[in-house]
Design a protein around this ligand. Sequence first.
Ligand SMILES: [Zn+2]
Length: 203
Amino acid sequence: MPKGSNNRLGGRLPKFLSRYSTPKAKQDIKKLFAQWILVEVRDAGHKKNLICPCGRSGLRYLCFIRNVETKIQTYVGSTCIRHFCNKMVPKLLKLLESLSMQGVTGKYLGKAGKFHKFQLKDKAKVVKYYKLLSSFFSKLPVYRQNGVWEMRVASSKSRVPKDKLRPGYWYNLKLGPVTRTGINNKGRPALMFFADGIRSSRG
Ligand SMILES: [Zn+2]
């Protein structure tokens, strides 16, 4: 954290969080932030008017945090989350953001249950950052099969009409990441990709 940012920390976010923290954390910003852990990252899609407790608006990713003492849960935006966890998380959010804005190119392989399978290029971002993803999530929709990188994408009929996808063809998929925490909320969350837009690509 850069020096001189203390004033900002003395603002709306700590005030908001201290309402839901134990008294001993209320006096000390370091203790206050240490009492909150990241439990889930959720893509809010194109919803408007989502506001971080710090006052920033237009949030795309909601980072759910929980107070380990009071068990109360709330969310902050992808900027404020850096107060709570290591520097890997902002990197991760950047990656997820790029998957939903620029998308990923993949060759359609066919269906696998409820999912569509795509072959990825070795230099695809989700492959390049596979380690980062797997250090954060317990389950990934990206995996290596028979020496080839593949990803699984869930789709809704409105976003990806079935007849639109032809095996062997390349597509650019905008992915909405969805994370799910385990039943006991103790383990790392699992990641799923939802197709949020698709168009043909030359590969
Ligand atoms: Zn914020």
